[in-house]
Design a protein. Sequence first.
Length: 129
Amino acid sequence: MDTQNSPYELIGGSQKVDELVDRFYDLMALDESFSQLRAMHSPDLSSSREKLKLFLSGWLGGPDIYSPKYGHPMLRARHLSFKIGLNERNQWLACMYQAMEDCEITGELGARLEESFFNTADWMRNQPN
Ligand code: HEM
């Protein structure tokens, strides 16, 4: 991918990634409709925040800063200890889509990113429904 035109650069680089991830976890903790998703996570969300920020940097076509610290992402394997079915996938996506809207990641780029998030979240499912 051309890094200059990567989604990472287009949304506004590391500052915007951090803003998006912080909004995502703030919403997860605040909005009752995400309570099941919140309950799957550790009481303290600071490590989740840090890891998702590092991971999304590379996933969005920016610098790979996750792997030097935590090794190969193996994202699906890292999620196998959690039961992820349609409900969990949908809550994760609804929370992320709301965070994107709140951070003004919209329009054509927003639609492309929503599709990428959908594909990755759907791939994480490890329950039939
Ligand atoms: C499909 C629904 C998903 C659910 C229910 C889910 C749930 C979780 C949970 C419970 C954790 C552990 C956090 C903790 O212990 O506090 C986690 C970690 C993580 N998730 Fe997800 N997740 C989902 C989708 C995604 C997607 C789509 C991405 C990336 C685009 C992602 C990226 C990550 C990363 C990077 C970590 C940290 C991994 C590590 O280094 O240990 N997750 N997720």
